[in-house]
Design a protein around this ligand. Structure first.
Ligand code: MTE
Ligand code: MO
Length: 260
């Protein structure tokens, strides 16, 4: 089912959702005068998150494969959502040059920090998969993705034993300068369907879908599928990054484990 796509500017939509989430938090709190907003709300979110992650694990093991589809199932239109063209001068300069000067940096808790050009990423073991993308805003679309297996990249840079999460830093800050970012744990990072996609439907990933590469982590919702990847960082904890909850939308109240 594909939702008709609204023309609201994307940054406005992010802002609108943030306000909506804040409003929900406020309403929840309205009847609980004795509890402070700062003490109670984050704790509730934390508990919900853990509970839903446990339920998710019981219902379907994390190693299970996401459903794959056939070419007949491809959506005629795959909407673009969130940022559809990062405004930063640096990104625009890279795009103008067909991303020939773009490199993906991989660092943090690894033995061999490295950076890879698009051609180098294309030379890694790849995977092609037809999957369904589900956005919390109420639309889904099926596309064919091809990309480098994240597990192969990790093997190359050799994570240190203390590394627990893979953080994806993106090229698109919002209008307050807050960059989009996401994180996944090692279980998802090594899942066979977790790829750094450089193709959609047999063509080079266009800007609206995250050029030059975007994450596909197929067991999770749309906002985990970070576009415009610039840097990958291996960390022991996500607490010191931005709002500390492991992602741009997570910092605004969404769950970190967005299992489908
Ligand atoms: N860098 C970045 N990645 C992002 C977003 C974004 O705004 N910036 N939006 C997310 C959301 S909410 C969705 S549903 C998908 C949309 O991907 P698409 O534009 O290819 O449909 O990208 C996700 N990844
Ligand atoms: Mo989304």
């Amino acid at each position: 089912m594909t939702r008709r796509f609204s023309k609201t500017p994307t940054v406005d939509r992010r802002r609108f959702l943030t306000r909506a989430l804040q409003a929900t938090g406020f309403l929840l709190l309205a009847g609980c005068d004795s509890l402070s907003r700062s003490d109670w709300f984050p704790q509730l979110l934390g508990k919900t998150e853990n509970a839903s992650e446990k339920v998710q694990r019981l219902l379907s093991p994390r190693q299970a494969m996401a459903k794959e589809f056939t070419p007949d199932d491809l959506s005629p239109v795959f909407p673009a959502n969130g940022t559809s063209n990062p405004e930063s001068e640096a990104y625009q300069a890279l795009a103008k040059n067909g991303f020939a000067d773009w490199k993906l940096e991989i660092g943090g808790l690894v033995h061999d920090p490295a950076s890879f050009s698009l051609d180098e990423l294309r030379a890694f073991p790849s995977r092609t998969q037809i999957t369904r993308h589900d956005c919390v805003e109420g639309w889904s679309a099926i596309a064919k993705w091809k990309g480098a297996r994240l597990s192969a990249l990790l093997e190359r840079v050799r994570p240190l034993p203390s590394a627990r999460y893979v953080v994806f830093h993106c090229a698109d800050p919002d209008e307050d300068g807050q960059p989009y970012y996401e994180s996944i744990d090692f279980e998802d990072a090594h899942h066979p369907q977790t790829i750094l996609a450089y193709e959609i439907n047999d063509t080079a990933l266009p800007i609206q879908h995250g050029a030059p590469i975007r994450l596909r982590v197929e067991r999770q919702l749309g906002y985990k599928q970070a576009k415009y990847l610039m840097q990958i960082e291996l960390v022991e904890s996500v607490e010191s990054i931005a709002g500390g909850r492991g992602g741009y939308w997570e910092d605004r109240g969404y769950e970190w484990y967005a299992g489908i």
